[in-house]
Design a protein around this ligand. Structure first.
Ligand code: GLU
Length: 484
C-alpha cells in the first residue's frame, strides 16, 4: 500500500508571514501537490500573549496570494478540525491525563523562583541546567501537601536519563541526541494550555500527518517530540528539517532582506509566481539547477525531497528582483496594465480619463525595463506628468553646445509632421541627422532629455508618439528656452 501523503504548515500567529515561513509552507505544498497528497494549515496559537488575529489574517492572506491553497484548515474546515490549537484544548488535556495516569508524566509544583535558583546553582557547579526532576520522585504524602497548599503546577514528561534518541531526518540523515541532555520538559502549562512540543505531536498524530517538514530551528525539538510519540504510543511521522536561509553575506537574514513580511513584496509589486519561483530555490534545486520555470506546475512536477539540500540557502533580494523582472516580461499587455494601474493611481499620475489603449501602450513600452510593478512610476511618470524636471544627467546633455539649436530644428520639423507616427518621426529624425552631418546621439540624446527628463528610457520614437504631437512640441520648446 502506498503511504497517504499528508503534510502541514503550522505557523504560530505571533508575527506576519515572512520569507522563511513562506518557504516552509511552499515546500510542504509542493510536496503535497507533487505526490497527490493533502496540504493542511494548522494555526499554533497556544502562545496566547503573543498570538493575534491580525497575524492569522496576514498569514492566510499571503498564503492565498502565493497560491498555496490548503485542503484543510481555517475557513475551509476538514475532517480533522478544529485547526486552531486553542480550540483543541480538551484534546491535549485528555492526552495529558492519560500520560499522568500511566505515570509517564507527573505534576511539577516547582515555582519559577525555585527553578531559577536551581538553574543558577547548576550553572555555578557547571552541571546540567535542565529540570532536575525533584517532583518526579514525590511521595504521595508530599503530593497531597503540595496540592493542598494550592501551588500552581505544570505537567512534565518523564524522559529517560540514559541512552540516545535518534532522529532519522530525510534531509540531514541520522542525528543523535543524548537523553541525559533532554530534561523532563513541560507538556502542559499551569493554565492548562499545552506547550508547543506537546500540542504539535498530538495534532500531527491526530491529523494523520505523514511528513513533518519544517525549518531546522526545530531539529532540537525533535528528540523531545520523539519521546512524546513513544510515550503516547503514536507511530512516528517522517521528519525533514529545511536548512537555514541566510543573506548574501552569509549572516542571518536582516530585517530588510527576508525577515520582512510578504506584504512588502506584494505592495512593492512582486508577482506571486516570481516569489514562488525564488522561494522554491531556497534549499531545493533540480539536477540541472534550473533557475526559471515556465509555471508553478512545472515546479510541482519537478519537486522532490531528494532535491532538498542540507546546506544553508542564500536569499538574494537582487536575484528575486531580476526574477520578478523576467516574470513581468511574460505578462500579457492587458494583464500588466491592470496590475500596474494601482501604482500609477496611488502616485496620483492618472487623471482617470486616460484612453485604455494608450495606457496599455505606455505600460508595454516600459515592460522590459521594470523589475517590480511599482517601478512603473519611477520609469514611466513622464508620460503622465504635465511638467517634468530634468535629472542631473539630462540637464548636462541639454547644456551641451548646439543642443538647443538642434532641438529647435527638430521641433519645427515635427510641428507639422503628418501623420505623427513612429515611422514618420524616425524618418524626420534620420533626415535631420544626415542634413546636419551629426552623429545620431547629438540629436537623440538632447531630445530624450527634453521629453523625459532622463538620459535612459525606451525607444525615443515610440515614446514621442505616445506623448503625442502637442506634448512633444511643448517639451521641446521648454528645453530650447531652458537656461539651466
Ligand atoms: N508553530 C511552529 C512554528 O511556527 C511549527 C513548527 C512545526 O512545523 O512543527 O515554528
Amino acid at each position: 500500500m502506498t503511504e497517504k501523503i499528508r503534510v502541514r504548515f503550522a505557523p504560530a500567529p505571533t508575527g506576519f508571514l515572512h520569507i522563511g515561513g513562506a518557504r516552509t509552507a511552499l515546500f510542504n505544498w509542493l510536496f503535497a501537490r507533487h505526490e497527490g497528497g493533502q496540504f493542511i494549515l494548522r494555526i499554533e496559537d497556544t502562545d496566547e500573549s503573543r498570538s493575534t488575529r491580525v497575524a492569522v489574517d496576514n498569514i492566510l492572506e499571503n498564503l492565498r496570494w502565493l497560491g498555496l491553497d490548503w485542503d484543510e484548515g481555517p475557513e475551509k474546515g476538514g475532517p480533522f478540525g478544529p485547526y486552531f490549537q486553542m480550540k483543541r484544548l480538551d484534546i491535549y488535556r485528555r492526552y495529558s491525563q492519560e500520560l499522568l495516569r500511566e505515570e509517564k508524566a507527573y505534576f511539577c509544583y516547582c515555582s519559577a523562583e525555585e527553578l531559577a535558583e536551581r538553574r543558577k546553582e547548576a550553572l555555578r557547579k557547571e552541571a546540567q541546567v535542565g529540570y532536575h526532576g525533584r517532583c518526579r520522585e514525590l511521595s504521595s504524602q508530599q503530593k497531597e501537601d503540595l496540592e493542598r497548599s494550592g501551588r500552581e503546577k505544570v505537567v512534565r514528561l518523564k524522559t529517560p536519563r540514559e541512552g540516545v534518541t535518534q532522529v532519522n531526518d530525510l534531509i540531514r540523515g541520522k542525528v543523535e541526541f543524548e537523553n541525559a541532555l533532554l530534561d523532563d520538559f513541560v507538556i502542559m502549562k499551569s493554565r492548562g494550555t499545552p506547550t508547543f512540543n506537546f500540542a504539535n505531536v498530538v495534532d500531527d498524530h491526530l491529523m494523520e500527518i505523514s511528513h513533518v517538514i519544517r525549518g531546522d530551528e526545530h531539529l532540537s525539538n525533535t528528540p523531545r517530540q520523539i519521546l512524546l510519540y513513544h510515550a503516547l504510543g503514536f507511530p512516528l511521522p517522517s521528519f525533514g528539517h529545511l536548512s537555514m536561509i541566510l543573506g548574501t553575506d552569509r549572516s542571518k537574514l536582516s530585517k530588510r532582506e527576508g525577515a520582512i513580511s510578504l506584504d512588502w513584496y506584494r505592495q512593492t509589486g512582486y508577482l506571486p509566481q516570481a516569489l514562488v519561483n525564488c522561494l522554491s530555490l531556497l534549499g531545493w534545486a533540480t539536477s540541472d539547477s534550473q533557475e526559471l520555470f515556465s509555471s508553478v506546475d512545472e515546479i510541482i512536477s519537478k519537486f522532490s525531497l531528494e532535491g532538498i539540500s542540507k546546506t544553508a540557502a542564500i536569499f538574494d533580494p537582487k536575484k528575486l528582483e531580476w526574477m520578478n523582472g523576467e516574470y513581468i516580461k511574460r505578462l500579457q499587455p492587458a494583464e500588466i496594465t491592470k496590475l500596474t494601474k494601482p501604482y500609477l493611481e496611488k502616485a496620483n499620475l492618472l487623471r482617470g480619463d486616460e484612453d485604455e489603449e494608450w495606457l496599455k501602450k505606455v505600460v508595454v513600452l516600459e515592460q522590459d525595463r521594470i523589475r517590480t510593478l511599482s517601478q512603473i512610476v519611477e520609469y514611466g511618470d513622464f508620460f503622465f506628468l504635465p511638467e517634468i524636471e530634468y535629472d542631473e544627467k539630462a540637464a548636462k546633455v541639454l547644456r551641451k553646445e548646439g543642443a538647443s539649436a538642434l532641438l529647435q530644428i527638430y521641433r519645427d520639423r515635427l510641428k507639422d509632421l503628418e501623420p505623427f507616427t513612429i515611422e514618420k518621426v524616425e524618418e524626420v529624425t534620420r533626415r535631420i541627422i544626415a542634413e546636419e552631418k551629426i552623429k545620431g546621439g547629438e540629436l537623440i540624446h538632447p531630445a530624450r532629455a527634453a521629453l523625459t527628463g532622463r538620459t535612459v528610457g525606451p525607444s525615443l520614437f515610440e515614446l514621442m508618439v505616445l506623448l503625442g504631437r502637442e506634448m512633444t512640441f511643448l517639451r521641446l520648446d521648454k528645453a530650447i528656452k531652458w537656461k539651466g
